[in-house]
Structures are given as structure tokens and as C-alpha cells.
Design a protein around this ligand. Structure first.
Ligand code: SAM
Length: 266
């Protein structure tokens, strides 16, 4: 079966890496794992050997049929569908547990998959994902670093992200043009702790990072916040009014958000 590049098919041919991905979850013996894009089953085997059950969600019907031949249905249920339409919440509720999620993600829809997992965070416990190294750099970046931005905040507000290891193109067949990095994402959203309403705060964060070179005040102004209100909120939060969102930890963004809302309410 030739790989279909339009489906992001770069198959892992490093068995040790597959073991490391499965081991990164810790004890899986009582866990249901959803694998995104199992492909030819390189990681599926390692997961099936450890987990209570694996749900393998593969878009390519031919690969899905081959996986059904290879794995016993008691250990692996193969679901031939687009993961973007997969109902994580319903599966978690049926399983009576928060899910583990694994995947060497198809690169062409990496961001939509990460955003979907963020949106389903309440149904998830841990994800161990392989993505293009540059995406892992952004997801795991710390405030003030070159890669810190909207993707970092969107991921990290749903739980801490740790980079685990990086693989060269030769670890895949066919080799992609980029290195790939595995990271672990432990879902523990901070909305309650920060006292922010989820959708309103995420919209604020999108505005805050709308234009990379602009100051936070200017990005907020473009979103309709009065300049004096933005400056007052930032000063009250103990921030320089010329600061850019790219330097601010999530707590400081939440402080500005609160102060703006308090001003509006007052
Ligand atoms: N896990 C396998 C491995 O590591 O060898 C394959 C990884 S390959 C990078 C990505 C896989 O995702 C392919 O098998 C591809 O067919 C599948 N895929 C692509 N788009 C998908 C989608 N929308 N939903 C589910 N699977 C998808």
C-alpha cells in the first residue's frame, strides 16, 4: 500500500519510539486509549499491549480494514472516520473515565486536532502526541520566548505540556521534510482557578495575540477596547502599558482580563 501524502501518511518505523510513546502514559492497564491515525499500527501494538482497550480512529478505510485483520477486537476497536468528527465526550461518558489520547498526528490537520482536544478537555486525562518539531516548540513555549503565542496559551491553559523526545525524518517511511517531537499534555484546565469564563477569556486571548508585533494595548484597541481602559487595566495589573502579550504568563493575561471586566461592570 503506497502512503497517501495528502492524508499525512508518514509511518513510524522506530519500534523503540513507539514503546516510549506508550510508556509515557504510565500505567494504562485500566485505561481506554484513543489513538488518532493508527496508520499501519506502529504505535497501536505498543498501546494494545498495555491498555484496557484501544479505540483506533483511522480515516483511511483500507488501513482501517488491515488493522481490523491484525488486532483482536477485544483489545482494539478500529473506527474508520475523520477524527475531527469523533465524539470524545460521548466515548468518555460511555467508558466512565477520562480518556488517554495517543497519536502521530497527520501534519495537515495538526492545529484543528489540537484545538479539538482542547475543546474536549473535560473528557480527557492525558495525551501523548507526535507533531512537527516547530509545532511542539510553540505548544510548549514559555512566556517571553520566541515561540510563545496563541497556540502556547491555548494549549497550556488546558493543562501543562512537556516535550519528551524528537525524532529525525529517517524514523519514518516515507521520511517527512521535518523533525518530529513527542509531547505529553496532562489535561487540567485553569479556567476555574483563574476565575475566568472560558469562552470570554479565550476570545480575549485571541485578541491579545492578534498581531505579533503590536503591544497588548494596541491589539485590544483593535478589538474595540478603549485605549484608556486598556492602559488603566495594565497599570493596575502591575504591567508596563507597552508590553506585548508574547511576554505575559497566563496569570497576567487573566489579571488584565479581570480588570477590564471590572471596569466595564463598574
Ligand atoms: N500512527 C501511524 C504511525 O505512527 O506510523 C501513522 C501516522 S501518520 C503521520 C498519520 C495517520 O493519520 C495516517 O494513517 C492517516 O491516514 C491518518 N489520518 C489522516 N487524516 C486523518 C483524519 N482526519 N482522521 C483520522 N486519521 C487520519
Amino acid at each position: 500500500m503506497p502512503a497517501k501524502s495528502k492524508l499525512g501518511q508518514n509511518f513510524l518505523n522506530d519500534a523503540q519510539a513507539a514503546e516510549r510513546i506508550a510508556n509515557a502514559f504510565g500505567d494504562l492497564s485500566n485505561r481506554t486509549v484513543v489513538e488518532i491515525g493508527p496508520g499501519r499500527g506502529a504505535i497501536t501494538g505498543a498501546l494494545a499491549a498495555r491498555a484496557k482497550h484501544v479505540l483506533a480512529v483511522e480515516f483511511d478505510g483500507t488501513l482501517a480494514a488491515a488493522l481490523r485483520e491484525r488486532f483482536a477486537p477485544e483489545r482494539v476497536t478500529v473506527i474508520a472516520q475523520d477524527v475531527l468528527g469523533f465524539d470524545f465526550a460521548a466515548v468518555a461518558s460511555k467508558a466512565g473515565e477520562r480518556l488517554a489520547v495517543a497519536g502521530n498526528l497527520p501534519y495537515y490537520i495538526t492545529s484543528p486536532i489540537l484545538l479539538k482536544l482542547a475543546a474536549c478537555h473535560a473528557a480527557l486525562e492525558t495525551a501523548v502526541l507526535m507533531v512537527q518539531r516547530e509545532v511542539a516548540d510553540r505548544v510548549s513555549a514559555a512566556p517571553g520566548s520566541r515561540d510563545y503565542g496563541l497556540l502556547s496559551v491555548t494549549a497550556q491553559i488546558h493543562g501543562p505540556v512537556e516535550r519528551l523526545f524528537t525524532l529525525p525524518p529517517e524514523a519514518f517511511s516515507p521520511p517527512p521534510e521535518v523533525h518530529s517531537t513527542v509531547f505529553r499534555w496532562r489535561f487540567a484546565s485553569q479556567f476555574v482557578e483563574l476565575g475566568v469564563e472560558k469562552e470570554a477569556f479565550l476570545a480575549f486571548v485571541r485578541h491579545a495575540f492578534a498581531q505579533k508585533r503590536k503591544t497588548l494595548a494596541n491589539n485590544l484597541r483593535a478589538a474595540g477596547v478603549a485605549p484608556e481602559a486598556a492602559v488603566t487595566a495594565m497599570e493596575r495589573a502591575g504591567l508596563d502599558s507597552r508590553v506585548r502579550a508574547e511576554t505575559l504568563p497566563i496569570e497576567s493575561l487573566a489579571a488584565v482580563f479581570h480588570l477590564l471586566h471590572a471596569q466595564r461592570a463598574g
